[in-house]
Design a protein around this ligand. Structure first.
Ligand code: APR
Length: 229
């Protein structure tokens, strides 16, 4: 089976009611990113950071995967699908996708502030100051904050290098190193980008599908070579 690599961003979860970051009314209009999603924020005001992630986690528990997530599961019938997501929600998992790599962490997990290998599921929606790891140290959201390393980036780059087809869905390609993954894909492979808005990228070989994820993935399924014949 051909390897279909999908890079997703906040836009694929928009139709599930999850806010994106940089659009009108997006999360970064409501909050100063450096006050809720950075090591300095955690240092200076851990209560605000905890509240920011607890509120998003609470909303996530009520959200459901949408047609875009489900369409990617459908593609697993025809391709070896590998998802690389910038999203911290678990909607790809809940839709049934098998191979998912989270670049920026996972909202429903916590990790020890003492040993980053100690990672725990958060049952329910809230993580509190005073919740500790097995070694007695405070738990923090298992999220890659601005200014922190992206541990999975090398693995993600290697996956992109092995792609036969690359699909980009619902990302403004504003944040590196994630946005730079497109450059790791082999130069001669088909690249599709699904987004209802224009996305500026230097890659001029892209096939733009100017649709929301739910409709766009359906159109993609009809476009992809292995399925057409
Ligand atoms: N379907 C598909 N795409 C959509 C939809 C939709 N229904 N609605 C919006 N979009 C698109 C927007 O047009 C935009 O291009 O989704 C994209 C969302 O862009 P951002 O809000 O910048 O989100 P993202 O690219 O995922 O941000 C990357 O930035 O703040 C950090 O860590 C955070 O992972 C995040 C990273």
């Amino acid at each position: 089976m051909k390897k279909l690599v999908v890079l997703t961003g906040a836009g694929i979860s928009a139709e599930s009611g999850i806010k994106t970051f940089r659009e009108m009314g997006g999360l970064w209009e409501e909050y100063d990113v450096m006050e809720v999603a950075s090591p300095e924020a955690w240092e200076n005001n851990p209560e605000l950071v905890m509240r920011f992630y607890n509120e998003r986690r609470k909303k996530l528990l009520d959200a459901k995967p949408n047609e875009g997530h489900r369409g990617l599961v459908e593609l697993e019938k025809y391709f070896d699908v590998q998802i690389i997501t910038q999203n911290v929600d678990d909607l790809h998992e809940r839709a049934g996708s098998k191979n998912i790599l989270h670049l920026h962490g996972e909202l429903r997990k916590a990790r020890s502030t003492f040993d980053s290998n100690l990672i725990y599921d958060i049952n329910g929606w809230d993580l509190k100051l005073g919740d500790t790891c097995e070694k007695g140290h405070q738990l923090r959201p298992h999220i890659v904050w601005f200014g922190e390393e992206v541990p999975a980036i090398a693995e993600a780059a290697a996956i992109c290098e092995s792609a036969d087809i690359l699909v980009v869905i619902g990302t403004s390609l504003n944040v590196y190193p994630a946005a730079g993954l497109l450059d790791y894909a082999p130069k001669n492979i088909p690249v599709y980008l699904i987004d209802p808005n224009d996305v500026n990228t230097s890659n001029n070989t892209i096939t733009f599908i100017k649709e929301k994820a739910g409709t766009g993935v359906k159109k993609l399924i009809n476009l992809l070579p292995n399925i057409r014949n």
